[in-house]
Design a binder for this molecule. Structure first.
Ligand SMILES: [Zn+2]
Length: 288
């Protein structure tokens, strides 16, 4: 089987943006920007209140948290104006993110990427419309877009990006409540992570010998993804043995075609160790 036909075969299963963390120590903020972002968010130093409904919060949120009163998601951001951590609404968080892009000079590239994404989605929309004779749903357009992205990342041996796109697909189906598919995709992401996916940007075969597509030095497990695996398993009333079965069955199909360093059988005990920790923490939390 060729790599292309193998990757295409992976798309038989049904539905990510690549996030880049920029470290900034001393932002160059001009007066205009200072004025523009003076009033965004509630500084976390003050007694914390929900930025939507102003309900006082028992705990100062350290990350995205749901308000216990209005159930809206509150976000934590650092303002470029004064480097202060603030609690904000989703819309305010987007504004702060934009301000950071302006401060770091990445806004133009961001807008260009957005434009490219919109163009690609429009193409997909009209293709789906022709195929099915009716307007395609946003969901179908997004899913087809992610599939296309994933294919492109795979063809270039960009397995870090491929992994990120798989994560976005898992997120999409989880939000759509297709929990079985979401679980299989989160387990697939864990399998990539435990193999250390690298981005090789289309290097040819000779270079790949020196810079392989997977490198165990980069292997890791993301706690948030392990938590999702645990949470969905509970929702689906699956035992750890059953989760193991899904992990092995789903990932063995993928393992056969690509240059992974660890087989699913080798990866599972590593994931199980982390799952055990999450389960134990949950039990301790309930007991206290
Ligand atoms: Zn609230």
């Amino acid at each position: 089987m060729t790599l292309i036909s193998f990757i295409k075969q992976l798309f038989a299963i049904k539905a990510p943006t690549v996030s880049v963390t920029v470290q900034i120590t001393a932002p160059q903020v001009d007066e205009h920007l200072k004025k523009q972002c003076s009033e965004i968010g509630i500084p976390l130093e003050q007694p914390p209140v929900c930025p939507y409904c102003s309900t006082p919060l028992k705990k100062r949120p350290a990350k995205k948290t749901q308000c216990p009163s209005c159930r809206e998601f509150m976000y934590v951001r650092t303002r470029p104006k004064d480097n202060m951590r603030v609690l904000v609404t989703k819309v305010q968080a987007e504004t702060v993110d934009e301000q950071w892009r302006i401060v770091t000079g990445t806004q133009e590239a961001y807008l260009a990427r957005q434009e490219e994404e919109n163009r690609a989605k429009e193409e997909i929309r009209s293709r789906l419309q022709q195929k099915f004779g009716k307007e395609a749903s946003e969901r179908d357009v997004q899913w087809a877009y992610l599939n296309k992205q994933r294919l492109q990342h795979g063809l270039k041996n960009n397995w870090g990006l491929y992994r990120n796109t798989t994560f976005q697909m898992a997120e999409q189906v989880r939000k759509e409540k297709h929990l079985k598919t979401a679980l299989a995709l989160y387990l697939e992401v864990c399998f990539y992570d435990l193999n250390g996916p690298e981005n090789r940007g289309g290097l040819d075969r000779n270079w790949l010998k020196e810079f392989p597509p997977f490198d165990l030095k980069s292997a890791f497990l993301a706690p948030a993804i392990v938590s999702w695996v645990e949470e969905i398993s509970v929702q689906l009333k699956l035992s750890l043995e059953e989760v193991k079965g899904i992990f092995l069955e789903h990932n063995n199909k993928i393992y056969k075609g690509l240059a992974f360093l660890r087989a699913p059988e080798i990866c599972w005990p590593l994931l199980q160790k982390e799952l055990d920790k999450v389960i134990k923490n949950g039990e301790n939390g309930q007991a206290s």
